[in-house]
Design a protein around this ligand. Sequence first.
Ligand SMILES: C[S@@+](CC[C@H](N)C(=O)[O-])C[C@H]1O[C@@H](n2cnc3c(N)ncnc32)[C@H](O)[C@@H]1O
Length: 198
Amino acid sequence: MENTLMKPAWYLTDASFDWLFPERIQQMSKRHWTPVGIAKSAAAFLASEGNGKILDIGSGVGKFALIGAHYYPGSIFYGVEQRSELHHYALAAKEYTKTINSEFINGNFTQVNLADYDHFYFYNAFFENLDTRNRIDQQIDYSTSLYQYYSRYLYRELDNKPAGTRLVTFHSLEDEVPPGYRLIDASEDFLLKMWMKK
Ligand SMILES: C[S@@+](CC[C@H](N)C(=O)[O-])C[C@H]1O[C@@H](n2cnc3c(N)ncnc32)[C@H](O)[C@@H]1O
């Protein structure tokens, strides 16, 4: 019989979620993946109308999407991730946790049709182009102009979305948030922000 006292369920704490992955991936967790409490608050806002399609832009190993999918089974949580290794770990975690309302796409977010999704989560994915110290790896090209290109691209796409579109940003510099998005709520430290298109 499995000893459930040994470890908490995967969706309860950051440590229990990290346990799904190899040690190298666990070491990235604190700096690069959304904390469980933040993921729950963000998902509650994005899923509040029920049965929507929610996209995490730059989904890493799928932490936001898997936690959101667990707590909000009426919505579908998608993630698009440019690094194939991280995408592979997200798929493995989806299978291990038997999460049916999540999907993961491997590619650059610019290759995805954002018109297909209702609401968006964004944990400052493009900042790696500005931050020379804390990069996930050295496998891709980084540049200030890529940061600007991605931010402007996402800004335009978000600007085209209909009224009622929900957006959650975490640690964002807000270069991708068009003025048509109204701030609805924020965490005390203002790192987590909930927006809605007017
Ligand atoms: C800060 S991590 C957040 C991971 C995940 N959203 C979470 O909250 O746990 C940002 C992720 O965005 C990915 N990323 C950065 N630029 C991207 C792009 N243009 N297209 C797709 N993924 C991107 C990075 O590879 C990284 O895994």
